[in-house]
Structure formats: C-alpha cells, structure tokens
Design a protein around this ligand. Structure first.
Ligand SMILES: [Zn+2]
Length: 69
C-alpha cells in the first residue's frame, strides 16, 4: 500500500517582510499578537524594522556611532 502524498495545509505565512515563508500545520511558529513567524529570528528582525515609519528605527544614537565632528 502506498501512502498518498498530499500538499501540506498552509495556515499562513511569516509576517517578516523579507521572509514570507508559508507556515504549515504542525510547524512550530512564533506568535506576536496576531502575527505569526516561522522562527524567532524572523520575529526579532521584524520588531527591529518597524513598518510604516520609513526612517531610522533608533534615531541617531546606535551601536554604529560614526562620531561626527
Ligand atoms: Zn520567517
């Protein structure tokens, strides 16, 4: 007897704009509010790049201080 293969049931896709992987039933996903992410990394990356602001996320103070004179 051959087991029938069927397409995985997709429940959604990763909310991270740079990822957008399909999320399947049974897959481990990360939830933040109503948003689903395929991995913790995606969730963190998405939080670090806020949507709709269109500017620098952390202003002028950051880890990459160029020490402008
Ligand atoms: Zn993802």
């Amino acid at each position: 007897m051959q087991a029938e293969l069927h397409e995985p049931i997709v429940v959604g896709e990763c909310e991270h704009d740079a990822c957008e992987k399909p999320l399947e039933v049974g897959q481990v996903v990360w939830k933040k509010g109503h948003d689903l992410y395929c991995s913790l990394r995606c969730m963190i990356n998405d939080m670090r790049s806020p949507k709709g602001k269109g500017g620098e996320a952390f202003g002028s103070t950051g880890p990459f201080d160029k020490s402008a004179r």
